[in-house]
Design a protein around this ligand. Structure first.
Ligand code: ATP
Length: 211
């Protein structure tokens, strides 16, 4: 695949899911896998799997399918940055702390290296190995620590302000975990994940199925 070609964001999401499942296959001693097996693991069609994998310029063999390790390596080359990317969490409340702890050691190419908060009791504390700085130091630390991704876990009412500040501080991508959508300039990649909406959606369908 050409370096400068951008993949559709749903494809990137699926590549990340493929890799996670392929790593489990490796751990179980599986060396080759067919598209329909990957499809079954992710509850999608094998046509979709083949299309995604063709998009990254890989093909398996008819007899054995895809080489699991080769596919893992290729997905890594495409979605990981060669020298890794550094991440900051803004707001170390319950959610921010959970994320920092959960993410620790999960991805070698994606490191949470700083946290920011306005609460004096949290500033200068270390959460799961991550130092919490005062929010006012954000621009300075983002530059100094070469941080390119920000995760927003402040209260919803603060989200817009924090996003704006992150953009001004030179951040390249934002994952907004608050239920309040934010605006960013077009050169910043924004992903929003509202857990409450997701849970309410599940609850709605559970209710419907019970009726
Ligand atoms: P806790 O009880 O530990 O504060 P919480 O999950 O109830 O946790 P929230 O009210 O959701 O906390 O706030 C999340 C975190 O965001 C808190 O640590 C709060 O101090 C911090 N925070 C609030 N406003 C900002 C801001 N503008 N910039 C950075 N951090 C902020």
């Amino acid at each position: 695949m050409k370096e400068n070609k951008r993949l559709p964001d749903k494809t990137v999401e699926r590549l990340s899911q493929y890799r996670r499942n392929l790593l489990t296959c490796v751990a179980n001693g599986k060396t080759h896998i067919f598209s329909h097996e990957i499809a079954n693991l992710l509850h999608i069609t094998s046509v979709q799997v083949r299309r995604d994998i063709m998009l990254i310029g890989y093909s398996g063999t008819l007899r054995k399918g895809y080489d699991v390790q080769e596919l893992i390596d290729l997905i890594g080359e495409i979605i990981d940055s060669q020298f890794g990317q550094r991440v900051a969490v803004i707001g170390v409340g319950n959610l921010g702390r959970a994320l920092v702890s959960y993410f620790k050691g999960k991805r070698s190419k994606l490191l949470i290296v700083a946290a920011f908060d306005t609460n004096a009791e949290k500033v200068d504390r270390v959460y799961a190995g991550v130092h919490c700085y005062h929010y006012d130091q954000m621009a300075e630390i983002i530059k100094k620590e070469n941080i390119s991704i920000g995760i927003i876990t402040v209260p919803a009412s603060e989200a817009a302000k924090v996003a704006e500040n992150l953009v001004i501080s030179g951040i390249k991508g934002i994952l907004n975990f608050t239920p309040s959508p934010v605006n960013v300039s077009p050169h910043v990649f924004l992903e929003e994940y509202d857990m409450i909406t997701s849970l309410e959606k599940v609850a709605y369908f559970v209710k419907k199925n019970d009726m």
